[in-house]
Design a protein around this ligand. Sequence first.
Ligand code: PMP
Length: 448
Amino acid sequence: PYERMQKVREQNISPSLRMYYKKPLLLHQGHMQWLFDYEGRRYLDLFAGIVTVSVGHCHPKVTMATQKQLARLWHTTNIYMHPSIQEYAEKLTSLLPDPLKVVYLTNSGSEANDLAMFMARLYTRNFDIISFRGAYHGGSPYTLGLTSIGLYKHGVANGFGCSTTMLPDVFRGPWGGSRCRDSPVQTVRKCSCSEGVCHANEQYIEQFKDTLNTSVPKTIAGFIAEPIQGVNGAVQYPRSFLKEAYQLVRERGGICISDEVQTGFGRTGSHFWGFQTHDVVPDIVTLAKGIGNGFPMAAVVTTKEIASSLAQNLHFNTFGGSPLACVVGAAVLDAIEEDGLQKNSEDVGTYMLLELAKLRDKFEVVGDVRGKGLMIGVEMVTDKDSRHPLPDEEINQIWEDCKDMGVLIGRGGLYSQTFRIKPPMCITKKDVDFAVEVFHTALQRHME
Ligand code: PMP
């Protein structure tokens, strides 16, 4: 029973694993965008695990391929050949532009970013890595130097030659969302842009240059960024910002890493990879979460030249690239293509953003609706003028109410003030209507 499980959790499971909701859900089944609890209640999963279940819970095709491979061969470690790893590497790299053609398979996003940092350092023979405030790049000791959300850092995880750049407020909510961001919905904030010149972008670039020149003038190895910040609540940069940032980093001898852990595999709709929305080609991309639809696998893809810096010695991990993982990964890629999920992300995501923007216009506490495709942030504020984060108890109430009405939503942002909506990409417009109505009811109750 539930109470006994809770007791075991308290006694035998790490207390740092915090669960969602006052009374955490006890789930027992999933089907595509739906989850079911033991009492038979059904929930629309707008968070897809944590942005992991890209093509749908227990997607029939992925499940079938996994079952077949389970009965054939799970694992051998990469000291032997098996066909699935070649097939997967070929399939994955066919979706990436030149010169990103060399794949390393790992097991988690943190491990992928650890490896990307290591490669940047080996290749450049430099040390410092730049990331943005508000970024999440992992929870391993190495990547915690890049992750800048305080909650995860335990007050000790700075250093390791990492610098974060940009003031915290620059990439928050309606504050940082200039009209130039690449989204079907615009912020309610008046923007100072004129005649095609984005002043916010100019200001950010100046700050970025300043960090490069003062913190890492001669020691930069790399720069890592998510194309849209995920854990920070779908925070977007001005349109040309990342492109200019890449150029500044490369001029100083650093390499550019795109963390596609959340933005990859069609989630942003218009493109398969988030970096494509910024018109850049990174030197390294890191992939996890949606890559395996919830199966633990991850990847780093880079150029032949950068890969060669690692090839001088042996680099190895035991589980990465197992036959099972490669078969799952290939089935996920097939499902995205066969089910038209990238296009669905674009169509349904745009529809949802526009529907949510109506709620933003109606309710004072909905401060910002932003994002692209099925990567959406809804920022909750006390009022649109002050833009202070809505107090936690009030956000929790709205959030719990949505859950009770059958809609599961993620949380994020520097103050946990942003609802994160990143459902399995098979979600429909009818599901969106249901979710928006539930959210509307919860907001209305909050106002009463
Ligand atoms: N990068 C990004 C953008 C992420 O969102 C996450 C996980 N939230 C990671 C890296 C780390 O992935 P993992 O939890 O698989 O280590």
